[in-house]
Design a binder for this molecule. Structure first.
Ligand code: MD6
Ligand code: FE
Length: 220
């Protein structure tokens, strides 16, 4: 066996792990595009900087966020919602890069959701200690469409629960290049991210980035 194979820049190991009906991890699914994805994240953040938004209850989130696509997910004292413009500059969000769209559509297809048409991409940035409490993704108009979630940089523990907040959760380690696709019977499961452990990643430094693609649907 030629062990040099594993050091070759074009070697991108990937495999799938089923989490539950409708939920699959495509391990390494974004590895081949990692550098280009991070360049786009940096470009978008240069246009609309990451923000620590307030929850409706008035707490600052520990995860910093920006968006691209037709609509973006925001939160403030008025609540959670999608809107077509950034609250900071009232301008439309940057367009969803073709690479983002094709990666998300391909991943959804591999997971058994053909015809995924994402119109929103939330970009989350985690620094050490940042977390996402258990929640359901239910601000979208269309629960028939899955969600595609791409992890880059430092590893994190994803909590994957059931339909009730109190249901038992599984813990799934998500590392650089992993893609989670979830929809169908899993679409409304509770989930979260445990506090990020400090570390250093060769491409992202002290951060974890997560892209979540959704079909938010037309907003009233
Ligand atoms: C994160 N992800 O991975 C947060 N939601 O940083 C999510 O909240 C999420 O990964 C729905 C489906 C997949 C996800
Ligand atoms: Fe979520």
């Amino acid at each position: 066996m030629n062990l040099d194979l594993f050091d070759h820049p074009d070697f991108h190991p990937h495999w799938r792990e089923e989490l539950a009906p409708g939920a699959v991890v495509l391990r390494g699914g974004a590895l081949k595009d990692d550098t280009a994805l991070l360049a786009e994240i940096n470009r978008i953040a240069g246009l609309v900087p990451f923000q620590y938004r307030a929850t409706p209850g008035g707490y600052a989130m520990s995860v910093a966020m920006t968006n691209c696509g037709d609509v973006g997910w925001v939160t403030d004292r008025q609540g959670y919602r999608y809107q077509a413009t950034s609250p900071e500059n009232q301008q439309p969000w940057p367009a969803m890069p073709a690479l983002f769209r094709s990666l998300a559509v391909d991943a959804a297809d591999q997971a058994g959701f053909p015809d995924f048409q994402p119109d929103a991409c939330l970009i989350n940035r985690y620094q050490p200690g940042a977390k996402m409490s258990l929640h359901q993704d239910k601000d979208e108009h269309d629960f028939a469409a899955p969600i595609v979630s791409v992890s880059l940089g430092l590893p994190a523990i994803f909590q994957f629960g059931g339909m009730e907040r109190s249901d038992k959760t599984q813990r799934v380690a998500l590392t650089h290049g992993d893609i989670v696709v979830w929809g169908g019977p899993s679409r409304l499961r509770y989930h979260g991210i445990l506090p990020l452990k400090a570390g250093e990643h060769p491409l992202t430094g002290q951060y974890r980035f997560n892209l979540t693609f959704r079909t938010a649907g037309s907003q009233a």
